[in-house]
Design a protein around this ligand. Structure first.
Ligand code: W6P
Length: 339
């Protein structure tokens, strides 16, 4: 089993505590340390996913354990998103990688949403065509009718989320219309209001049953078809075969091969107080809403907090339903704090 030395990374950063930040040599060393830490932790998603699989194989799995793993991984990965935001921000500002002229590190004060949509679409289409020989086209509609919709944001986060939902939508469309000459187009609607910038992706890929909508965001659900397994997928998970071979190098990459794409994308959305919501019509298609905050003053970092309630989350008995049928909607728990 692979180990990731969090203690080592902590010590490496701690060693700079009393150093002079204005000393050029210190800054160079620190930047190198930051880059080393980024590299050291770049496979954490895969390592954790493998750990979950091994845990399931050894100890088995039930709803209660699955719910706690969900709680833990959401918090763990949210923590990772935030620390990597800081690390990559430092690397982008002080490293020797050439920078985008408009951006401050990874933050774009005029983040062009249509450009993000277009980049994510092209990347997903490339992969879809590679695996399915075809891919649906895209129509982009802006509520304003204008082409430019911009705001302050991290373009790589938007692109990463959209890449993930595009892959899912494309695969659904390709598989649902397998024997057809023409594929129904995907549609993106972008709207900017006073508070929300919403990006909606509509596909006519046959949809998913209502019961399954929540499960799309569950790590334990997605882990079912395993990366080393090359047989038939469940139709609902690991939407693109590439998922199983790619690795997670942060928001710009193809992501883990464990079907963690959607749960992680939702965390990226929630990280700045947004959200990712799936609304499907079985037999027709799926709509995915990506909600983002228009005002950067509201786009605060969402971080898990650790207190005595946290440990109780792992000890508490599962909430027992007091409804005649075992519904899920009355048992949902909010797993984060809001800043
Ligand atoms: C589907 C299932 C799904 C998940 C996420 C995004 C789009 C879609 N389409 O059929």
């Amino acid at each position: 089993m692979l180990k990731v030395r969090y203690d080592l990374s902590f010590k490496e950063v701690q060693a700079f505590q009393d150093k002079d930040p204005d000393d050029k040599k210190v800054l160079t060393d620190f930047s190198k340390t930051i880059q080393d830490i980024l590299n050291r932790h770049s496979y954490v998603v895969e390592t954790m996913a493998q750990g979950v699989i091994e845990m399931e194989d050894t100890y088995g799995m039930d709803d209660k354990i699955s719910e706690r793993i969900q709680y833990f991984l959401d918090r763990f990965y949210m923590n990772r998103i935030s620390i990597r935001m800081l690390l990559t921000q430092h690397a982008a500002l002080f490293g020797n990688i050439s920078n985008h002229p408009r951006r401050i590190g990874h933050i774009d004060p005029n983040c062009d949403v249509i450009e993000c949509v277009s980049n994510a679409f092209k990347a997903a289409r490339h992969i879809c065509e590679h695996y399915h020989m075809q891919a649906p086209d895209l129509d982009i509609v802006t509520a304003e009718g204008s082409k430019i919709v911009d705001f302050v944001y991290v373009p790589s986060h938007i692109e990463h989320i959209l890449f993930e939902v595009f892959k899912n939508a494309m695969r659904a469309v390709v598989e649902f219309h397998r024997d057809k000459m023409e594929l129904p187009k995907l549609k993106i609607i972008v709207a900017k209001g006073q508070q929300d910038l919403t990006i909606k992706l509509c596909d006519q890929g046959g949809g998913v049953p209502y019961k399954v909508q929540d499960k799309l965001f569950q790590y334990m659900y997605s882990t079912a078809p395993r990366p080393q397994y090359t047989g038939h997928d469940s139709p609902l998970v690991g939407y693109m075969d590439i998922d199983r071979f790619a690795h997670d190098n942060g928001p710009a990459s193809l992501m883990a091969g464990y079907g963690y794409g959607l749960p992680l994308s939702r965390l990226y959305a929630r990280y700045f107080q947004g959200d990712l919501v799936v609304s499907s019509m079985e037999g027709y298609g799926t709509d995915v809403y990506l909600y983002l905050k228009v005002n950067s003053s509201e786009a605060n970092e969402c971080l898990p907090i650790y207190n005595t309630t946290t440990s109780r989350m792992y000890e508490a008995e599962k909430v027992v339903s007091d409804w005649s049928s075992s519904t899920t909607w009355n048992q949902s728990i909010r797993t984060y704090c809001t800043a």
